[in-house]
Each structure stands twice: as C-alpha cells, then as structure tokens.
Design a protein around this ligand. Structure first.
Ligand code: FMN
Length: 258
C-alpha cells in the first residue's frame, strides 16, 4: 500500500471535498437569492399583465407594470381600501399568519384553503383617469396542489378580461391544461354574476357548450380527464368572487364607495 493510500487520508480527503462542495453550494444559494426574488416578482407582474391582456412580450415588464398598474390593498370584510398592514409581505404568507388572517369554516371554505388573509392586494388599470380593469388574485385547491392565479374583470366588474394561473402542481396534460392557451381563450367575455346578483354563477361544465344557449356566458368548458381540477377551478373562482372573497369590494367599487 502506498504511503498516501491510508484509510485516514481517504476519510480526510472525503471530508474536505464535502466541506468545499457545501461551501460552494451555499455561497451560490446566498448569492443567487436576490436574483431569484427579482425573477419571481417579474413573473408575478407578467402574469398580472397577461390576465389584463396587456402585451408585455419584448417590453420592460417592470416599467410597463409601473406605468399601467396601480396596486391597492383591500380589507375583504369591509371591502374598503386600507394601508398595507405592518409586517405584510404577500397574501400567501399573510394567510399563514394568525394576526393577519382569518380561519374559514368548513361551509365557507369551498376552495379548500383553510384561511384567508384579511387584506388582499388588488390591481387596477385606468384609462383617461377612469377605472378600466381590475385584476384580482385567486387561489384554491385542485387535485394535487393549490393553484394560484389572477382573474381580470372589465370595468363593469362582471365581464372577464382574462384568467390564468402562475403556480400549480396539477398533472401536465390533465389538470395542467389550465395553462393551455386554447382553454384560457374561452374565458374573455364570460360573466361572473347574473344581473343584479353578487352570487357567482360562473362554473366549469362538462360537455359541449352551445354559445347561443341561454346562460352560456356563465359556462366554461371543463378540462377533459381532469374533473377534480376543473371542480377546484370552479370552487376557487366562486370563492374569490363570493361574499368571503372580493364581492363586498366589487359592490363598493361599483357604488364608488371604497
Ligand atoms: C397519474 C394521474 C394523474 C392525474 N392527474 C389529474 C389531475 O391533474 N387533475 C384531475 O382532475 N385528475 C387527474 N387524474 C384523474 C383523476 O384521478 C380522475 O380520474 C379524473 O379527475 C376524472 O376526470 P374525468 O371524469 O374528466 O375523466 C389523474 C390520474 C392519474 C392516474
């Protein structure tokens, strides 16, 4: 056996290699963290612009977002604008903080999210100083995961401008078809509420939808082979457009009382 070929030396080299590698990996993780945070924010902004059908391809997303979108915070119970609460980072984290969120009863929790943040961000687009579109964050459980997305409404606060998810863990080709542009293109023009009501009527339904049939404006094709995800999407839209979501805010906004 050569002098260098001892068990002690082998173990020392192995330990040294592990230490060097872990230092490299942790340094990379720390150094890349700000870049990851910035990219996540850019992705969120792109998704808000996409829901509002504002073309951001090839544009400076951050600049476009700052020019086009005003972010406000809404107390879901009162439906009024409030200041961003102290310690509030985002609605996802706020929903986990008992000081910033409320538990939902089983009956209220149709989207299977357990708690909601008391205050949620809303995104407003104006044209000629008049409200043009409202983009609302929505989330709820599908089959495997919680789906997070944005639903944009026209200034009648009822007609859908666009809808899309930016995060989910549903199966590609089945529930993952929520990302299919063809399916997403069915949403614009659909209505959330029937005339004079603030109870959400929109839902995903199985089978062909006859666009000339009465009530088709409240119907979206469900995803084939993905009934559970489709039911989840119906539930999350109905939750967030309902009385425990943004319905009070939208009622106030319609009356100009925010
Ligand atoms: C590997 C695997 C992945 C699946 N992924 C999904 C999914 O993401 N969403 C969903 O609703 N159903 C998914 N399903 C199917 C469900 O188990 C269930 O059969 C389906 O929701 C029934 O929908 P259908 O009535 O449209 O066929 C998956 C099934 C398998 C075996």
């Amino acid at each position: 056996m050569a002098a260098n070929d001892t068990i002690g030396r082998t173990i020392t080299v192995t330990i040294l290699l592990c230490v060097v590698c872990s230092v490299i990996v942790s340094t990379a993780a720390v150094l890349l963290r700000p870049m990851q945070v910035a990219n996540k924010e850019l992705d969120r902004q792109s998704n808000i612009l996409a829901a509002a059908k504002i073309d951001y391809q090839g544009r400076d997303v951050q600049k476009l977002f700052a020019e086009q979108i005003v972010t406000k915070y809404v107390n879901l119970k009162t439906g009024k604008y409030v200041e961003k609460p102290e310690g509030y980072q985002d609605s996802k984290r706020a929903a986990k903080n008992p000081d910033l969120s409320s538990a939902l009863t089983r009956q209220q929790d149709i989207a299977s999210i357990k708690r909601t943040a008391n205050v949620m961000p809303v995104y407003l687009v104006s044209r000629d100083k008049q409200l043009d579109k409202v983009i609302l964050p929505v989330h709820g459980y599908g089959l495997w995961s919680t789906l997070y997305g944005f639903l944009a409404l026209e200034n009648d606060l009822n007609t859908v401008v666009g809808f899309g998810f930016y995060s989910h863990g549903e199966t590609p080709g089945l529930g993952g078809e929520v990302d299919n542009p063809k399916w997403k293109s069915v949403w614009p023009g659909k209505k959330i509420y029937a005339e004079g009501s603030m109870e959400p009527k929109i839902s995903l339904v199985k089978g062909m939808i006859d666009p000339s049939a009465a009530g088709s404006e409240f119907k979206i094709d469900s995803l084939s082979g993905a009934t559970i995800t489709s039911n989840g999407v119906t539930n999350l839209v109905q939750f967030w457009m309902g009385e425990n979501g943004f319905a009070t805010f939208l009622t106030n906004l319609k009356a100009g009382e925010n």
